[in-house]
Design a protein around this ligand. Sequence first.
Ligand code: FES
Ligand code: FES
Length: 157
Amino acid sequence: MRVNCTVNGTDQSADDVWEGESLLYVLRERMGLPGSKNACEQGECGSCTVYLDDVPVCSCLVAAGQVEGRRVRTVEGLSDGEALGPIQKAFVECGAVQCGFCTPGLVVQAHDLVERVPDPSDAEIREALAGNLCRCTGYEKILDAVRLAASRRADSR
Ligand code: FES
Ligand code: FES
């Protein structure tokens, strides 16, 4: 089947998609967007998180056919042109990236939080990121990055 959707503001289509194929597979293998990572493929780790119509979802759990005519935004779409976007920058500055496998999903999830909640508490940050697993950082630097991004976002409002 053919799948048509908008990805990061650009119309995209993929041909010969198998009905059981995931959005994650289509993004990575058919559309040349390898930012979203494939770790568990069963909705447990959050490394594949993307926006689907402005709501963060695990793209490994979304069937390709479900995105027909809808809007997808990936971690690549959160950059500022060729430069890093504010959340990405905060992760780098705070040392919240080690192997980087979890990072794209965390960046999307943190972006959603910072856009929705002007001054998130630590409890709100932990709750928002609860579905995103990291095996390297111990999470403290990730929390620092989200606090930094949130305070900068608040200053710019
Ligand atoms: S790869 Fe999708 S949640 Fe782990
Ligand atoms: S930085 Fe390695 S899993 Fe998070």
